[in-house]
Design a protein. Structure first.
Length: 297
């Protein structure tokens, strides 16, 4: 069985592009409160996933309530399992759903669980995720200037914000658009309390999106963007063969802590850096230190 990709909400599960892509596991321990879903039930849920899949990669939004995050880490700690990866990329919710879909697609390839988990950081750099917002007054996940804060109080003002791969914010006027991806993408958009016309009619053509599809707005989106007046969007590489080449092009190493394979500079399962920090050399004895000649470098 392929490595399980788990998410913390049903609205983070995008429809598969083909019949081969497995679905994601929706963790009830994250969806339901501790009152309605006990720790024992949460442990059983995760243990069952491990028994069936061997390893579990959990994607949790950075804006998720602390109680959800604490429950996930409690489950991992009680099970004493190094087969659970808890990833919280700095992606907006719709972008996170796209990443989950990409990992689901790659889970049926010949990647080890460690490579699959650590590839999330790589793939995140190729997801252009943002939103059309009616206000940036409370937005704190993307740098916002004082001038933009002031303009957000003016009726009818809208802002286009790019969260990843590089933060960008513009006022929606005329033909102004956000920096476009330099590769072919499919765009998803999810409508909140704003019209999607600018996203579908201006941004998507400017980005030369190969396909534009509407998705369900994730429940975390309003919290992440600090407003319900939004249209969230995410553009990403849809071709699994291209994603496969991206991951295989990176050198693989073994984690010095848990032994799993990884790509990049950090293990997706135990979060250990690629190599152990070098030991600091002991200070040399005073008599062994020679003074440099004046002016020497």
């Amino acid at each position: 069985m392929p490595t399980a990709i788990a998410v913390t909400g049903p609205d983070l599960v995008l429809p598969p592009p083909d019949r081969h892509t497995p679905s994601a596991a929706v963790l009830q321990s994250a969806v339901r409160s501790a009152r309605t879903y006990s720790l024992d039930q949460s442990l059983t849920e995760m243990h069952t996933l491990i028994e069936h899949h061997g390893y579990v990669i959990v994607l949790c939004p950075a804006s998720a309530p602390p109680a959800v995050v604490h429950r996930l880490h409690a489950i991992r700690s009680v099970l004493e399992s190094d087969r659970i990866a808890i990833l919280r990329p700095e992606l907006p919710p719709l972008g996170l759903a796209v990443l989950a879909l990409q990992l689901r697609q790659l889970s049926i390839c010949d990647f080890s669980p460690g490579v699959l988990a650590s590839s999330a950081r790589l793939l995140s750099h190729y997801i252009h995720a943002g939103a059309l917002l009616g206000s940036v007054a409370k937005l704190d996940r993307v740098p916002v200037t004082l001038q933009s804060h002031a303009k957000s109080w003016m009726p009818g003002t809208q802002f286009a914000v790019l969260a990843t791969p590089r933060p960008e914010l513009i006022k929606v006027t005329g033909d102004a658009v956000l920096p476009a991806p330099q590769f072919g993408t499919k765009m998803l958009y999810a409508t909140g309390q704003l019209s999607p016309d600018w996203v579908t009619g201006t941004l998507a053509p400017a980005w030369q999106a190969q396909e534009v599809t509407e998705a369900r707005l994730p429940g975390e989106s309003a919290r992440w963007w600090a407003t319900g007046k939004l249209v969230e969007f995410a553009a990403a590489i849809p071709d699994i063969s291209v994603l496969y080449q991206l991951v295989t092009s990176v050198r693989r190493d073994d984690c010095h802590w848990c032994g799993l394979e990884l790509i990049g500079d950090r293990c997706g399962f135990c979060s250990a850096p690629l190599t152990a920090p070098p030991e600091r050399p002991a200070p040399a004895p005073a008599h062994a230190v020679r003074a440099l000649p004046r002016g020497a470098t």
